[in-house]
Design a binder for this molecule. Structure first.
Ligand code: MN
Length: 258
């Protein structure tokens, strides 16, 4: 049996209607546009779309101690920043970073960031790194006075951690170019003076462990990025300060507080 010309046109027409309906389902008509968040990827014009920003707290023993907790007993804990807290910083650029409202004690935290290309629930530790697309240098900027005040009152950290522009980040480097990061120097300088200096191997919970632990609490998905915690010697900045963040094997990230 052969299809008549009319059958073929019906089939083709049906397919195109189905395709249009599929596209429409993915991008429904909204009453106004909300900008999606992307991070550039090194070596391509393709962009990495951000779904969620997870941050791990107190993941270096010396930093846990300086924040007043016992690193030997505390399990990893997580908080989130809103997706649009991302501030993309180009390689070689010193990006203006606005001193935020309400704080008098604005702190830097340099961190390795892992960007996922896939996810799941209850991910086994030995499979966890298979979900990583790449890595970047990030800053978990913090209104320390507000974070502490809220902590003292047993209230959420949002105002101290999850505000606009609180997540400066460099471009993502795919794993197939830079590999995974289990060790290597991590350092932050202010106006040329070294403030934070440690090694990624000092993390209490590795990136693989972070993914495994996170996936017990949340279904991880492609587009989720994880700020993996900061080493000790966090500290304040004022307007005019220039921050230089360095992680071995990744290009520097630099911002000026304005
Ligand atoms: Mn942090």
């Amino acid at each position: 049996m052969t299809h008549s010309r009319r059958d073929v046109m019906t089939i083709a027409g049906g397919l195109s209607v189905a395709a249009a309906a599929g596209a429409q389902a993915q991008t429904p008509k909204t009453i106004f546009p909300v900008a999606p968040t992307f991070i550039p990827i090194v070596g391509t014009s393709d962009l990495y779309p951000v779904r969620r920003i997870y941050c791990i707290g107190r993941n270096y023993a010396a930093h846990a101690r300086e924040m007043g907790s016992d690193p030997t007993r505390e399990p990893p804990f997580f908080f989130q920043k809103p997706t649009d807290a991302i501030q993309n910083v180009k390689i070689g650029e010193v990006a203006d970073h606005p001193y935020p409202s309400l704080t008098k004690n604005y702190h830097y935290e340099v961190e390795l960031v892992a960007a996922l290309k896939s996810g799941g629930r209850n991910i086994a530790m030995d499979k966890a790194l298979d979900h990583v697309y790449g890595y970047a240098v990030g800053l978990d900027m913090t209104r320390r006075d507000l974070q502490r005040a809220m902590g003292d009152e047993k209230k959420p950290w949002e105002i101290g951690k999850s505000f606009d522009m609180s997540a400066p980040i460099g471009p993502i480097h795919p794993v197939d170019k830079v590999g995974h990061f289990t060790k290597g120097a991590i350092q932050l300088s202010v106006n040329g003076q070294v403030k934070q200096k440690a090694d990624l191997s000092f993390m209490i919970w590795s990136v693989a462990e972070q993914i495994a632990k996170l996936s017990e609490a949340f279904e991880l998905k492609a587009g989720d990025i994880i700020y993996s915690g900061t080493p000790e010697n966090v500290g304040p900045v004022v307007k005019g300060d220039v921050l230089l963040c360095q992680i071995e094997k990744l290009p520097d990230l630099s911002v000026k507080i304005v």
